[in-house]
Ligand binder design. Structure first.
Ligand code: ASP
Ligand code: MG
Length: 408
């Protein structure tokens, strides 16, 4: 009997009626299969728990935070098991620890060390549907840990790998991965297949379909992931290893990210050690820097610009004022009105002139490029925020992504 893992996100189990409809959806797949279901906390429960904690402590103790956050998923597993039982199925719920998901001790962002899943296997052998709490595990000291926001995806993929599942289905409120955000580009198309690396770029560039770590894990262990809608029966998007034909298309998708801000240090003396000093300081404050651009130096001075999450910009600006003075910069400026637009595709490995096509599409719309970065399969530009949607539409057109049969 084939084993399948299905994961349902928070919006799919947001209330009792939705839990019942998820139970019916599971019931449809159950005959003839061993089914392991992974669930998130109901709706926005986790956000609510985070906000409770912050009302009591500006920086809550990480161990207690995990103790708190893990309760969200525990509610869902019990309710879903009851809903399945009400439909006449045998079902048994398990916390992450009971499912044998062992992690390191890094509270709130733990990494999975191993999964034994003995009790899950035993439940399946006894003919039950196993319902496992996503996002949580336990350290070897039996401390409850969580895997980072969005971590239920990772639980599902990791369980699929550990149990050698035939299929790992991620059910969510979108029905797959699109060539661009359909709210921005009405002619965006659902991609039937995307490569792990494309999905990773898209996840880190702002397309929030799958948690990035779960995609890394899927790639490492060769788990094929099917992203599909909880509310519609259609096939979604298969995230899988790169296939030859995938390279025929140059660009697979356009993403945009409006959650960043740009900080610039102007007229910094150009000598060894300055960048190390600046980014060393930023790193110790746990501010994650994304793009960095340094100009060529003129008369011994240069400008350094970089992007940080918008939520960190105030902190970063105060810090950079200080560092800027220490390294002799003329001044530091920040700009929150920026957006990053990117083109992604494994086809870029074998096609040339892709970046030029991107720049010319932006220039035709009169959009100025402030920063550029590239990877093997992506090119990103920072532009003024108010042009973000226009840029996405222009790029979608320029690379003809609305066309039938871009990738089958
Ligand atoms: N409930 C957790 C969160 O909201 C985990 C998840 O949904 O995947 O981040
Ligand atoms: Mg989620």
């Amino acid at each position: 009997m084939a084993l399948i893992v299905q994961k349902y996100g928070g919006s799919s189990v947001a209330d009792v009626a939705k839990i019942q409809s998820v139970a019916r959806r599971i019931a449809d797949s159950a005959p003839g299969h061993h089914v392991v279901v992974v669930v998130s906390a109901m709706g926005k429960t986790t956000d609510g728990l985070v906000s409770l904690a912050h009302q009591l402590a500006p920086v809550p103790d990480p161990r207690e935070m995990d103790m708190l956050l893990a309760t969200g998923e525990q509610v869902t597993i019990a309710l879903l098991a009851m809903a399945l039982q009400a439909l006449g199925f045998k079902a048994r719920s398990f916390t992450g620890a009971q499912a044998g998901l062992r992690t390191d001790r890094a509270h709130t962002k733990a990494r999975i060390a191993r999964i034994t899943a003995e009790r899950v296997r035993a439940a399946l052998d006894a003919g039950a549907i196993a319902v496992v709490a996503g996002f949580q595990g336990a350290s070897d000291e039996d401390e409850i840990t969580t895997l980072g926001r969005g971590g239920s995806d990772l639980t599902a993929v990791a369980l699929a790998a550990a149990l050698k599942a035939e299929l790992c289905e991620i059910y969510t409120d979108v029905d797959g991965v699109y060539t661009a955000d359909p709210n921005v580009v009405p002619e965006a198309r659902k991609l039937p297949r995307v490569a792990y690396d494309e999905m990773l770029e898209m996840a880190s560039l702002g397309a929030k379909v799958l948690q990035a770590r779960s995609v890394e894990f899927a790639k490492k262990y060769g788990v094929t992931v099917h992203v599909r809608s909880t509310f519609k029966p259609d096939a979604g998007t298969i995230v899988t290893r790169e296939e030859r034909a995938m390279e025929d298309v140059v660009v697979t998708g356009i993403t945009h990210d409006r959650s960043q801000a740009k900080i610039s240090l102007l007229r910094v003396p150009d000598r060894p050690g300055i960048a190390a000093q600046v980014f060393g300081a930023v790193g110790t404050k746990n501010i994650v820097v994304d793009m960095i651009v340094q100009n060529i130096s003129r008369d011994g001075y240069t400008d350094i610009s970089f992007t940080v999450p918008r939520g960190d910009v105030a902190r970063a600006h105060t810090l950079l004022d200080e560092i800027g003075r220490a390294v002799g910069a003329e001044k530091t400026v920040h700009d929150e009105r920026v957006a990053k637009v990117s083109i992604v595709g494994v086809g870029m490995r074998s096609h040339s002139g892709v970046a030029a096509r991107m720049f010319s599409a932006l220039s035709k719309e009169g959009i100025n490029i402030q920063m550029i970065s590239t990877s093997e399969i992506a090119v990103s530009c920072v532009i003024e925020d108010k042009y973000a949607e226009l840029a996405v539409r222009a790029l979608h057109d320029a690379f003809e992504l609305g066309r039938e049969g871009v990738r089958e």
